[in-house]
Design a protein around this ligand. Structure first.
Ligand code: RB5
Length: 145
């Protein structure tokens, strides 16, 4: 399974940890950067990762300092449903109910252990469809206005 990753400097270290972990357990990783801890703006990275995730119909993970800025930016890309999560239940439910396609986390908010658990549950939980499909369709309708 292919997963696309991206981060600014605030999420760089966490993104590298996630990349090593996912590579180790057999995921194919597309890394859109950043490639160093040097300061870099998060919006262009969110845009690249979002566009790639939508085009390839795959899941993605984005990290910045809080996970918030990069999620706001990613959600401006048509077809992206990015969710900033720092707890296990939200990371599971945003796949099951929102059909989120990008998990966002804050490298200055959560530790690597929790982050990897969130990545695991996000990547392995299926969208439930049914009444949730109608709600996701309503989100898409707003996006298409
Ligand atoms: C960068 O300093 C920081 O603002 C960014 O990583 C993120 O937390 C924004 O939401």
């Amino acid at each position: 399974m292919k997963v696309v990753l991206g981060a600014d400097h605030g999420g760089f270290e966490l993104k590298e940890t996630i990349k090593a972990y996912l590579t180790d357990i057999g995921y194919e990783i597309v890394d859109m950067g950043t490639d160093s801890p040097d300061s870099i703006d998060y919006a262009p990275i969110a845009e690249k990762v979002g566009e790639y995730a939508v085009k390839e119909n795959i899941l993605g993970v984005l990290c910045c300092g809080t996970g918030i800025g990069i999620s706001i930016a990613a959600n401006k890309v048509k077809g992206v449903r990015a969710a900033c999560c720092s707890d296990y239940f939200s990371a599971r439910m945003t796949r099951a109910h929102n059909n989120a396609n990008i998990l966002c986390m804050g490298g200055r908010v959560i530790g690597a252990g929790l982050a990897l658990d969130l990545v695991d549950i996000f990547l392995t939980t299926e969208f439930e469809g049914g009444r949730h499909q109608r709600r996701v369709d309503q989100i898409t309708a707003i996006e298409n206005k």
